[in-house]
Structure formats: C-alpha cells, structure tokens
Design a protein around this ligand. Structure first.
Ligand code: PLP
Length: 379
C-alpha cells in the first residue's frame, strides 16, 4: 500500500490506544443528574452562572464580545483595566491579564529566560510551565517535589548566577498537596538572586481569607515576586493574571510573546471575571466548608486504600497505578452517577495513574459520604 504523509501519526494514535491512553472529548453531561468530580469549578460559581446572568448584564450592559486585537493594539480596554485594578488592589501589587494560565506561564517564562537566568523547578510543576521552559530553551534544574533541602542544594550551586527563578505550584493539580510557602519565603531571604514564582491556579478562590490563594493563607504574598492566578477554575470564567512588581509588569507587557501576539480576552469575559471575583471575596464560609469536606474525603480515601494520602486540599487522588484499572474504576463510578476523571500518562508518570476527585464547596457532607460508600463497593 502506498505510504501517505499521515501514516506515522496514525501509528502514534494506535500506540496510545494499545496503551489505554487514547483520549476523546466526553459528551456534554451538564444537564444530566449525577455528582461531578471532574471540573475545576471548586466554589460552585460556574454551575450557578444562570443565577448571576441578569445582574451581570445590568451591571455591564456595554461589555463587548470581542477585543478584536491584542491588548497593545485594541481600543476596547476598560473591562481589562478595571479587572487589573481590582486585582492590583487585592494583592497590593501590579497586575497583568493573560488569555489563559497556559499563556501566562509560557509568556512569563519565555520573557524571564535571558542569559544569566536559571530556573529551579519543583519536580511536579504543571505542563504549561514545562512548555514555557522548552519553548524558551531555558536553562533549568528540578528539585525533589516539595523538598527544600533539595532546592537549597541547587540554590547553593547557582549562588553566583544573576537570577535563580524558583518555580512551583501552591496547590498541586494532580496530587492536591500544598507547597511549604512560608519556609520557601524564609529560604529566599538567604539568597540575593532568587525570584520566587508561584502558580496559584488551584488555590485562587479556594484558599485564604479572601480567596487570594495559599500565599494569602500563609501570609507571604509580599515575599512572592510572581503570582499566577487562573480565572477558569474557582473564578468560573476564563483567562489568567500575574500579580507582580511594577517593573516586571512593564517587562512582561513588552516581552511576553503570548501577551503581545494574541487577541485579548473579550471585554465581556474580563467583566464577568470581575463579577465573579467580587463574589469569591465574600465566600469565606464556603471555603471553610470546602476544607472540611476535603479533609473528610481524604480520611475516607486513606481508610479505603490503607495508605496515607498527601492531599491537603480539595483535589484528592486515588492512585490505582494502572491505566486500564483507572479507566475501569471511573466507568464503574459513572454507572453509579459519580463522574471522576481517570488520569493517565502523560499527565502523570507511569505507575501514578489515578482517579482525580476534585471537590466543590457546593457538596454536602452527605454527598461526600455517598461517594466514599460507593467507592468502597466499586473497589
Ligand atoms: C497549575 C496550573 N497552571 C496553569 C494551568 C493552565 O491554566 P489555563 O487552564 O487557564 O490555561 C493549569 C491547568 O489548567 C494548572 O493546573
């Protein structure tokens, strides 16, 4: 048979399939009954969007549906500037919007990666940060996950570099464990060349008195040089922001290619983010509830597996260690009305295959008990 230019791509897909890691976009199940543990709508604002629609359009009747250009060219700026000002006031730093968390991480890393910079990354940082490093052909080293003695060794080794950008997540997206931010902030003080860069994607909206993240909860916002927050998760919108020094805001605006060369988020979306953030600020009771049910759920998972679980957040994994088993468990749960995602390679390393449960502040204690009871039966 004649070769086609597509044959190799087909073979790659066939290999994915043979290894139980071929993916498809699932069907829309928003209107079906069932418990959703797949989404990042941690505070339940996304599920309730219809309740907020009328007040939103009354408040923002003129928000347009397209920016029609990059921020550096667009005439439609007000909604973006209002949102940046709101965030700047909350963090008491400058703020710059990006089109997504992916754009933010890739753009920031590419901009920081000038000669004299080395990136020191926690082993488990998100793919968007890794892609930023790859695209920038940056110099980087990885430290053992959440292990500050491993980071310290690298900091000592690179003491004479002009800049060490220490990169991590505050709440890890696949394990739900949290970074020792206070200790990191203390460690930073021992070195003159550290830029501390924390991705708060899973903590923005869910942690801290006002939902500003784990930096707020641990009282170290001022020590972090670059905070990335995403708006498509707890904030039930889309986009991302960086909260940083005045100088770096201006530098990213002038140097981050994903900021410069991409059409800005629609103003209506920036206005919606503002509307949702104002709600998030007052949801401290819901945040406490989310922490309580997450602790309960984690203890239940520990009981089922007989193993300690590292999660310290609303993201709780059940490691099954095999792609086929992960898919089987997820489909058995789905038959019982519980939607949870099987996570496979390349999102997690081989052997780390799991079911990722992401809890929402909307869930009651009874729901958590029901999920645990069902899990026991299924496993
Ligand atoms: C830690 C982390 N950072 C960044 C992103 C990317 O954010 P976004 O979905 O807004 O592109 C994600 C996942 O979506 C994430 O888990």
């Amino acid at each position: 048979m004649a070769m086609t230019p597509f044959d190799e791509y087909r073979k790659i897909l066939e290999k994915f399939d043979a290894e139980n890691r071929l993916r498809n976009i699932p069907q829309d199940r928003t209107d079906l009954p069932g418990i959703d543990l797949t989404s990042n709508d941690y505070m339940g604002l996304g599920a309730r969007w219809k309740e907020y629609r009328d007040e939103f359009f009354l408040k923002f009747p003129h928000a347009s549906f397209s920016s029609s250009a990059s921020r550096l060219l667009s005439q439609r700026q007000d909604a973006h500037v209002h949102l940046e000002n709101l965030l700047a006031g909350l963090y008491r730093k400058e703020s710059l919007l990006f089109n997504s968390g992916y754009h933010a991480n890739v753009g920031i890393i590419q901009a920081l990666a000038i000669p004299g910079t080395i990136f020191l990354c926690d082993k488990l940082i998100h793919a968007s940060m890794i892609d930023g490093l790859m695209l920038a052909k940056a110099d980087y080293q990885r430290w053992r996950h959440n292990d500050l003695s491993s980071l310290r060794k690298l900091l000592d080794k690179y003491k004479s570099m002009e800049r060490c950008v220490v990169m991590l997540e505050s709440v890890y997206s696949m394990d739900g464990d949290t970074a020792p931010l206070r200790e990191l902030a203390d460690l930073k003080k021992e070195y003159h060349n550290v830029i501390l860069y924390v991705d708060e994607a899973h903590a923005f909206g869910t942690r801290g008195r006002f939902g500003l993240g784990l930096g707020e909860e641990t009282g170290v916002i001022d020590e972090i040089d670059i905070i990335v927050g995403t708006l498509g998760k707890a904030a039930a919108s889309a986009g991302a922001f960086v909260s940083t020094h005045e100088l770096l805001k201006s530098y990213f605006l002038n140097s981050s290619r994903s900021f410069i060369f991409s059409t800005a988020l629609p103003p209506v979306n920036a206005a919606w983010s503002e509307h949702m953030i104002l709600k998030l600020l007052t949801m401290d009771k819901e945040r406490e509830h989310l922490i309580e049910i997450s602790d309960k759920f984690r203890s239940g998972i520990e009981e089922i597996t007989g193993q300690p679980n590292n999660s310290r957040s609303h993201i709780v994994p059940l490691i099954v260690g095999d792609a086929h088993k992960a898919m089987q468990t997820a489909s058995k749960l789905s038959l019982k009305g519980i939607d949870a995602l099987p996570i496979r390679r390349p999102t997690v390393p081989q052997g780390g295959e799991r079911i990722r449960f992401s809890l929402s502040a909307e869930m009651t204690e009874d729901t958590v008990e029901y999920i645990l009871k069902t899990l026991k039966e299924v496993i």
